[in-house]
Design a protein. Structure first.
Length: 368
């Protein structure tokens, strides 16, 4: 069921390049919007797997794809920022409003609901601790990590040449990964599991790909079948090795997960040369991918929480526990879609954004 859902979303209106030719706009804004939508849906199904894999066996296919999908987000973010820095000399002006606030504003709006739900029934000290942790995004790891990468990107490109800036961002990313692993492995910080750092290498990879895009395309197009076969086979082999060891928490598993993300980025770049994914469903999901990421985990918990909503004046009660699997999934997707659309529109008003026509070949410049 869910494998078919992903396949339907991916293949609907797919465009293949003619034989012997390639899509030169593989990472256009239109394409990356759709890819983000595909990744957002994959992350949602990945998290649903923990709740419904016994009832819906096809969800098992998404048990280990979370870090790969997030790697896709990081790749697109790094590529988009690098392209903007290359093509717009004044891009760093207003960077805080365009990039940092577009993450912080929806995050803090949605975080109010996280605090409300998670603080119900807790004692005051526990509630205060949760609120303080949520202020810096420790319960939604992607937010502080992408903000860190954005800040490093801004400082590097503000004070260094582009080549040195790319090296600086790459170096900081690697140092971040090493430090976080040490905190997890030797510092007793079990909350900083591999998901905090096993996919972030895709961010500088996206930057390097954008910087040397023409040279990379010329190289892979000469022997495309060989490159595609090698990358796909390598990715499949590494992913197959990881699956039964995914939760082992050892250094070899972490290194193989990082290699898996690198190979996935290669497959994605190669695939974008021949295939365009674009349809209204994926574009909607892609435009709201940050909000979907922020909202969906809350609704997954709410609709199996057991809380009861009571309207005392009319005696109406609604238990927040959807036992039926199909209704549970439908409720999560509907609530996530509506809430994401509402917060996205609210943030656009707050930040003063106006939807403008964008050329089809303009790459995405917002990382989510």
């Amino acid at each position: 069921m869910f494998v078919l859902l992903i396949a339907l979303c991916a293949l609907l209106c797919v465009q293949l390049s003619p034989r012997g030719s390639f899509h030169e706009d593989g990472f256009s804004r239109e394409q990356t919007r759709s890819l983000k939508g595909l990744f957002a849906l994959s992350v949602l199904l990945h998290h649903l797997c923990a709740y419904l894999s016994a009832e819906f066996r096809s969800l098992i296919a998404f048990r280990y794809v979370g870090f790969i999908a997030i790697g896709g987000f990081f790749l697109i973010s790094g590529y988009g920022l690098m392209h903007s820095a290359q093509t717009n000399p004044r891009y760093l002006q207003g960077f805080f409003r365009r990039r940092i606030l577009t993450i912080l504003v929806p995050y803090y709006i949605i975080n109010l609901f996280y605090c409300l739900i998670n603080c119900l029934g807790r004692d005051l000290p526990s509630a205060v601790r949760y609120i303080l942790r949520s202020l810096v995004g420790l319960h939604l790891w992607y937010v502080p990590v992408i903000l860190l990468l954005y800040v490093v990107f801004f400082l590097s490109f503000r004070f260094l040449s582009q080549r040195i800036a790319c090296l600086a961002v790459t170096a900081v990313t690697v140092v971040y990964m090493v430090v976080m692993y040490c905190l997890y492995r030797f510092g007793g910080y079990g909350a900083y599991g591999f998901w905090w750092y096993n996919s972030v290498i895709a961010f500088p990879l996206g930057m390097w790909y954008c910087r040397y895009r023409e040279s990379i395309h010329a190289l892979i197009q000469k022997k495309y079948p060989l490159w595609m076969t090698g990358a796909a086979a390598g990715f499949a082999a590494v992913y197959w090795w990881i699956c039964p060891r995914h939760n082992d928490g050892t250094l070899p598993v972490l290194l193989m997960q990082i290699l898996c993300v690198i190979l996935f980025c290669g497959v994605l770049v190669l695939l974008s040369q021949k295939v365009h994914f674009s349809n209204p469903i994926l574009r909607f999901l892609g435009d709201h991918s940050l909000e979907i990421y922020l909202w969906h985990a809350l609704f997954i918990a709410i609709f199996r929480s057991g809380y009861t909503i009571r309207l005392p004046f009319i005696g109406w009660e609604w238990p927040l526990f959807v036992d039926n699997g199909d209704l549970y999934i439908a409720a999560i997707m509907a609530a996530t879609g509506i809430a994401s659309w509402a917060v996205h529109g609210l943030c656009a008003r707050i930040l003063g954004k106006k939807k403008a026509a964008v050329p089809a070949k303009e790459p995405l410049t917002a990382g989510k």
